[in-house]
Write a protein of this length. Sequence first.
Length: 351
Amino acid sequence: MAQLEKPGSDIPSEAIPSSVGPLSWPPSLDKENNRKRGMFRRVVDSPKLLAHFISRFANTELNEEVSRVSGRIFVTNQSLVQAIETNGPDLDPYIEAVIPLYGSGIPQLNDVSLVYLGNNTESRLLPQAEVDHELEVAKSIFASDEPPRYHSHEGIDFTVIDESLRNNAEIQRQFVDLYSVFNWNDDDVTRLLNNRNNLLVGAFNQGLLISTGMAERAEITLIRSNERFTLVMYEITEAATREEYRGNGLYFAVALIINRLLTETNANLVFGESNLSAPGVLKAAYRQGRHSTLKNLSLLGLTEKPLRQPVRISGGINDTRPKHLKNDLLVTYLVRDELIKKHGRPNSKTT
């Protein structure tokens, strides 16, 4: 029986072809999750334009079929600060996360931030008291100086799931078994294994797949002042551990390997969208050295908030919540320079 590292980890209750999401604008329909989402790939370099953009975003029609709209946009820091100074109360409700991209290895983005936008119907929001409690737990975790606990993994084989393993019938069967508790089927696992944008790492005990994690690659062409350049980002997601092996730090070990491997790629940004109601997931993100976006919102004078109810994240067989309830997510991240500094080999160099 498969189970998450902790109840309610970074894995959606239903398989989706891409966790990164659509890289186009306007936002497109995600019928499964009753939402629209998208990415605007031209850098916004005017506070007036940003305010106008968010105003149009805020007017996106919401209803029972589409109860959330979300987007990611790239904004110069100067424009963001000036827009907040001028129109803060109007913009604040829609800005859910901010990631400064200084140190990403792309000179054109040193003064730019990736901004998450979101808007929900009232029925698709948790009670504020519940959100406040989850935020306080998250902030305490990211303010902690608790050293990570390391476990002995003697006899465990940590392996990159390469082309040969992806096509191995027994490995495919074990992936189906590992994810079956989340209602994944053979076709869902086939899509996961066939997506060559996925960097998959598995932990094996005498040939048995007992834990796995993934980083999904997205290559994005951005435009700034008619100049085109490429941003490469990886989302760390889809983590699962067999129930009888939980609590042994296996996913943390898998994640550390993924981070080290990513230092040897052209990754500009590594991020996760972590289940706010799962402290174990947040601790794993913190111990990997990832930053929480809550502090960035506070520094800008914005209300600290998560991504509000974008998807339902399964808590496994013990998840008895009503089917319509989803989860708030906290964006955590590392830009390239920090990734290499924290996880690179001693001779690795930042760009």
